[in-house]
Design a binder for this molecule. Sequence first.
Ligand code: DQA
Length: 145
Amino acid sequence: MKLAIINGPNLNLLGKRETSIYGNTSFEKYFKQLQKEYPKIEIVYFQSNIEGEIMNKLHQVGFDYDGIILNAAAYTHTSIGIGDAIKAITTAVIEVHISNVRCREKFRHKSFITPHCKGLIMGFGLVSYKLAIEAFTKETLKFNL
Ligand code: DQA
């Protein structure tokens, strides 16, 4: 099984950025832990602060990977382009957020991503990513039931 984790803007600063919301762990450190925990799954990680690069990555992995875990960060709330890219590809995407965006400012309640995703996991800190991996390993998702 091949999964891609794609992180959007400012998530390169995890561990340093607004730690009361996003925690003290860098994504690189957490990613190493995930790879150790799931040795049989090939997991690749990509992060960009640039909207078009996120679309390019979705196009690149979106036709032969088994699943994509996407935290589009602030672009979630603004990007019709990323929403369209998810619609264009065939690989299922799970939207994740570290924080529970529904409990935060109103502008974070809108997502251009959710309508095109298989599911949405948020509010569990970095564990949100692990829960998305678990979801992809379940037969119901694999066979699109
Ligand atoms: C976030 C929530 C977004 O609203 C915010 O812009 C982020 C991170 C999260 O993971 O909680 O950068 O996607």
